[in-house]
Write a protein that binds this ligand. Sequence first.
Ligand code: PBG
Length: 327
Amino acid sequence: MNINPHSRKLHRYRQTPAHRALVAETHLNPAQFVMPIFVHEDLVDPQPIASLPGISQWPLSHLNNEVESILKTGIRSVILFGIPNHKDPAATEAYNTNGIVQRAIRQLKTAFPDLIVMADCCLCEYTSHGHCGLLKPGQEPHFDLTQTLETLGKTALSYAEAGADIIAPSGMMDGMIAHLRTTLDAAQFDSVALMSYAVKFASNFYGPFRDAAGSAGNFIGDRKHHQLAYTQRREALLEAADDEAEGADFLMVKPAMAYLDIIRDLRNTTHLPLAAYHVSGEYSMIKAAAEKGILDEHAAFDECFTALRRAGTDIIISYAAKAFWTR
Ligand code: PBG
């Protein structure tokens, strides 16, 4: 092969918008975006979340309108987070068949049968202490794993009974995927899929979410006992491999932008669909910069989302999803 290095001029691909579109390797599609929705048991009107500009907590009375406007953009999936009006150490509201998330699922699946309804499955919004699992008495923050898995199982079942399409356990509890799969299958919910927050890092970018979901907790400490340290690349792959072996249908990496290497590693090692959660802090950073006129919001999100797809992501969960596709 005789390649003259001076004969190739890469700018020939880039001369006009049509040239660039012709050779574009990466594309965004609203059907692969998921819009997070916070449903609040106590509200009458939507309540804007100060640290997540443009995002609100929703009462059930306004939920259908909001979802209708999301569907108009071409987005076909939402993920629900609940803010209950009662919390206790055993997270009993998490699996209440009349809980806020269970009612939201039933309402949405009745109004929009084709909408994909995902439900985040974690206890941190429902425990009075704010931890993601149930605790061994006097040993904070050591989890009682057996009790925690049992409670997550009851929660997942109540979501499946309400009509959820995909259950997304986000607590990073060992064995949670196997336990939930077994629990769902035993109750004949074998069509309900599991999207595991398989690789969830103990991140500094979750702050606004904890305001939005009321899950900041009043505990001293952090979630480093169960969430992964951001020093860990091989351990991230172990987490994902375990969840795949336990029966996860989808694997998620969270947060997104600081973990493109993990997404690429997973893309090269699993055939499961991959999701990336562009989290609250990542969203609010761009919103804050745009508010100051430092950057163009839509262009910045476009670049981030395209990078996620280029790294190997199939599904993007983002607070910007609705506004991004509303044009
Ligand atoms: C619940 C959960 C969290 C997020 C999604 N599910 C918070 C946490 O682990 O504290 C974070 C989402 C975000 O920051 O946007 N366990």
